[in-house]
Design a protein around this ligand. Structure first.
Ligand code: ZN
Length: 305
């Protein structure tokens, strides 16, 4: 366009230089509305086989470490830290106490969680942010009279999300990050009587055509996969990973924290007052469609049509 034409256009029709944005659809990276995340507990050396499998498929996961499971020997520690490279490490307390027990005081429970945080920080350095981390309850979310205060203490210590063991069988995003229930465990429950299980739910997730951001969230223990304690082993996990990364399937793989960050960024985008821009005040690029046109709304920037 010639300069004079552009000036004429500006003069004749301000402020409608850009099209009005009437339809914003937010996606995950890759313009998909489906994401998958995994969460594995306890941080034992058995995680090595699991991490290798995830790495083979380019899948990211979150590993919830017990402070006590972190090696103290310097050379073992180096290998342990290197093993989790590319994945998230989160806090699963120091000693895995049963916080539903009356003899675990509020102070003791809080201290155990803070010690877990500090042990991970000491081992992982700047790969772990002490003021922004995930927490997984040892055993399960405890039923105790002071649970609200305990959760507040965990938040005050830097947690931004908490995962229990209860599951939803659903692909909805959480409404409360401090009760971020997974879709399912990786294997059958002990009684084998329901479908709280990764294979049928992965099939359902791939077939799901609900609009909006969807999430398949699977949790488990490497030790249970190794022994098939709950019915599923590594071969079944590998079959699930094959489906999630297969041809014709577009699913974003992310750690728990990456999901947390991305969803918060996506939820915060806003259409400008004049309706011509979509603004992103977060630190993360957000994928979206504006009036049917795919755009990446840059971090601390905006997109227009
Ligand atoms: Zn555990």
């Amino acid at each position: 366009m010639q300069i004079k034409d552009r000036l004429r256009r500006l003069k004749n029709c301000p402020p409608f230089i850009f099209s009005e944005i009437t339809d914003v659809t937010v996606y995950y990276p890759g313009y998909t509305n489906k994401a998958v995340t995994f969460s594995y507990d306890d941080g034992l050396k058995l995680d090595a086989q699991l991490v290798s499998l995830f790495n083979e498929y380019g899948i990211k996961a979150t590993f919830n470490l017990m402070g006590n499971s972190i090696p103290t020997n310097t050379s073992d520690l180096a290998g342990y830290v290197a093993m989790y490279e590319g994945h998230e490490v989160a806090n699963h307390s120091m000693t895995h106490p049963d916080m539903s027990k009356a003899n675990v005081t509020l102070e003791a429970a809080t201290n155990d969680i803070v010690r877990g945080r500090d042990a991970i920080s000491a081992a992982f350095g700047n790969k772990f942010n002490t003021s922004k981390w995930g927490f997984v309850w040892p055993y399960s979310k405890p039923g105790r009279g002071d649970i609200a205060q305990l959760e507040q203490n965990i938040k005050d210590a830097g947690a931004v999300y908490i995962r229990p063991v209860s599951t939803t069988n659903s692909f909805d995003l959480p409404t409360d990050w401090f009760l971020w229930e997974p879709t399912c465990k990786d294997a059958y429950l002990k009684d084998g009587s329901n479908y709280d299980y990764m294979t049928p739910l992965t099939n359902a997730f791939i077939a799901d055509n609900t609009e909006g951001l969807r999430l398949l969230y699977i949790w488990g223990h490497a030790a249970d996969l190794a022994t098939k304690k709950y019915g599923a082993g590594y071969s079944e996990l590998e079959a699930v990973l094959t489906k999630l990364t297969g041809g014709g399937v577009n699913i974003w793989s992310a750690t728990n924290m990456e999901i947390y960050d991305y969803v918060n960024a996506a939820n915060a985008i806003q259409i400008s007052a004049d309706g011509t821009r979509v603004e992103n005040n977060s630190d993360i690029d957000v994928y979206a469609s504006l009036n049917g046109q795919n755009v990446i709304i840059p971090a601390h920037g905006y997109s227009a049509l």
